[in-house]
Design a protein around this ligand. Sequence first.
Ligand code: PYC
Length: 314
Amino acid sequence: MFQRIEVVDSHTCGEPTRVVVDGGPDLGDGSLQQQLARFQQSFDDYRKAVVNEPRGSDVVVGALLCRPQDPDCAAGVIFFNNVGFLGMCGHGMIGVVATLQHLGRIDQGVSRIETPVGVVTVTLRDDQSVSIQNVPSYRLAKSVSIDVDGIGAVSGDVAWGGNWFYLVREPMIEMQSTSRKTLLQTASAIRRAINQQGYPDVDHVELFGAPIAPDSDSRNFVLCPGFQYDRSPCGTGTSAKLACLAADGELRPGQTWTQEGILGTVFHGSFEWMDESEGKIVPTINGRAHLVSEATLLLDPSDRFCWGIEADQV
Ligand code: PYC
């Protein structure tokens, strides 16, 4: 009577990832963009059933393993959350690597994994840390000024790190004394303003403040789609940050940037130029995930909430 979906849950620096390892929708063959389009058009109920309440929560990022088009890739993966789909997800990719190792599908060393926005090269080390060489990242626009309701003048950069980000330069935020609720509301107001100002695709906003640990370079708060914030320092957000630092000449190729997140956990990032004249970099992000559960989700067709509860209905 139940439909069953097998998942492995992990967290990366505090941010959860739920990988669907069996029982998910079969998206067929073709490119990851084509498979993503099928997921969006025909199987959106699965997205809600896996990550939304009552089985998940607004903060969970889901990852569906699928067939890669490139036979050299160990897997394909599509990331999703409480309101839709993500191009790439850095913390999620680290969780996927830990899960694939747990399933015996990859070994330590280098593997390639396909996403809808490109191939990511991952390295699993014997201390269980994972480096992800992310998709090419770049800054699209520098110092875009916006006027934000209730806040005033804000300036920031628009950059791609596998998702679209607005990275706030001014004002810097005092993170420790500001409540999460205020940070969420501030970042959401900024997102509305930058979307209205000609950047409708920006769905993540990164606020920055002084780090707490003496060996970190910066602390961030990252607003994600679905009125949620990243508990980790955000892999795609750190990639976008590296692209801005590279473009401003504030970080050299190979130099390490330690990005602290809102829980005090860190990602170490660095970059190599892909095309310096175009400001395109190849970022590498290093972190680790911990597995927390293996579970079977049960879908009971007689349950009113069998396919999850819409995020905006909770
Ligand atoms: O780590 O890239 C990331 C990410 C995106 C949204 C949540 N985490």
